[in-house]
Design a protein around this ligand. Structure first.
Ligand code: PMP
Length: 441
């Protein structure tokens, strides 16, 4: 029963419930965003008197800021074992922006084929649409990637697949993909691999260069706000040679020389980081990496999976709870989707929040095609819903643990779920039309 709560800020926050009662907030929505490490906040404050514009000044503070900013790339590269000789570490806003950038640079002709999968977040699906011939690798009924289909598609398009864009771990079912096996397959067929590491990295870290060189990862993207640092900073690691085109976002910082009819782009990675860089974000990111390494990714993963196993076992014992995904496998991160039979996901989420101060997320989690498949939603229903937005939106409730969650918190959740299931009609009627506004105008 590891206790990492001391590392994380804001955990003993008392919040109001609609009943007028107060309670300690429980956060089971870490897949969306994690609270910040105390050390991260401390480092932001410690550094605040020293910051100045990056790459734009000769003053001491500006030089200091620029030096910190540039040196940080090595810390990030070490964390994921990136090859800084052939690849570059680019700071962007988040995972979404990073994938959009890759899509911009890879697109040479609409004949290029990209393989995405049916289990992706919209951010690893929509950026590929329209620019490429896009195909999706299938999943099985439990939401696991079908590697046979991947192989068949690589074989069918032998040599024409520019990239396989796949998530490291699903933000819906928590399923972890065998990324290095997939990488090896891609390389055998002359393709490359992009790993969406947004959900994988905070739970287990990542190694871009395992021992077998065929298994190396070409592109990696992730967001700091899911790894105990605040918003606004994400990472793209990519081979230097793919940046042949003009940058997708241009302006200050991206150029070496400009006249009215000539532009010489700056070197990498600066040319891909338009505008004044987010140094405070970078300080936060490398501080969070320091804490994650200090705790140890293996310990984090073991603790979170132990909580996951405990919750899944308890949920299986409660009649009227439907679980999704592969509930037997340990090949996952700490994300558990479920529904209570007969109660829509949005009402269950409201009950957990209003009754217990438990924060979860419900709906489709920016992965609508995946959720539609897991719930066997027919194309006819989707068509009907397009025409009638008042029809129910299919989805689940999602529990996602962070390294600081505890067995006691999980026990509170289980107790409330048991209460709801026992008195389903009562809770449903009570909350069906009840929306509490914590912040009235
Ligand atoms: N991919 C996955 C798997 C995610 O879970 C998320 C965030 N929910 C994203 C991409 C997008 O991350 P961001 O919003 O930080 O761009």
């Amino acid at each position: 029963n590891a206790d990492f709560r001391g590392f994380v800020s804001g955990l003993n926050t008392t919040i109001p419930l609609p009943s007028g009662r107060y309670t300690t907030a429980i956060n089971f929505d870490n897949a969306a965003t994690t609270p910040a490490f105390n050390y991260v906040l401390h480092e932001i404050i410690r550094f605040a008197p020293w910051y100045s514009s990056v790459h734009r000044g000769t003053g001491f503070k500006s030089q200091f800021s620029s030096s910190l900013y540039e040196n940080s790339r090595r810390v990030v590269a070490d964390f994921v074992n990136a090859d800084l000789t052939n690849s570059t570490v680019i700071y962007l806003k988040n995972t979404t922006e990073a994938i959009n950038k890759v899509s911009h640079h890879l697109c040479n002709s609409p004949e290029d084929i990209i393989l995405s999968t049916y289990m992706e977040h919209h951010s690893n699906d929509l950026p590929w649409r329209g620019r490429f011939q896009l195909e999706y690798i299938s999943i099985d009924p439990k939401g696991r990637l079908d590697l046979k289909d991947l192989k068949a598609k690589l074989e069918k398009y032998n040599g024409r697949v520019r990239l396989v864009a796949v998530t490291g771990a699903s933000n819906v079912t928590g399923a972890v993909n065998p990324i290095h096996t997939i990488a090896s397959l891609c390389h055998n067929y002359g393709s490359r691999i992009l790993v969406d590491g947004a959900q994988l990295i905070p739970h287990g870290g990542f190694n871009m260069r395992p021992h077998d060189s065929e298994e190396h990862i070409d592109f990696l993207v992730f967001s700091a706000h899911k790894m105990y640092a605040p918003f606004g900073i994400g990472v793209l690691v990519a081979p230097k040679e793919v940046f042949e085109k003009s940058p997708d976002i241009v302006g200050g910082g991206t150029v070496d020389l400009v006249t009215h009819d000539y532009i010489k782009w700056a070197q990498l990675p600066q040319r891909e980081e338009a505008g004044t860089p987010n140094l405070m974000g970078v300080i936060a990111l490398i501080s969070s990496i320091r804490v994650l390494k200090t705790i140890g990714m293996n310990k984090i993963s073991a603790h979170e999976l132990s909580l996951t196993g405990f919750l899944i076992n308890e949920l299986k014992k409660i009649e009227g709870i439907e679980l999704y995904g592969d509930t037997e496998s340990n090949n996952r991160v700490a994300i558990i989707p479920f529904n209570i039979t007969g109660i829509p996901h949005d009402i269950t989420a409201k009950i957990l929040s209003y009754e217990g101060g438990i924060a979860v997320r419900n709906g489709c989690f920016c992965a609508q095609p995946y959720v539609q498949r897991l719930l066997n939603i027919t194309p006819e229903y989707i068509e009907e819903r397009i025409n009638d937005p008042s029809l129910p939106h299919p989805g689940f409730v999602r529990i996602s643990f962070g390294l600081y969650n505890t067995y006691q918190e999980v026990a509170v959740l289980i107790d409330i779920l048991k209460k709801i299931v026992k008195d389903k009609d009562y809770y449903y009627k009570l909350y069906k039309n009840f929306d509490y506004d914590y912040f009235p105008k």
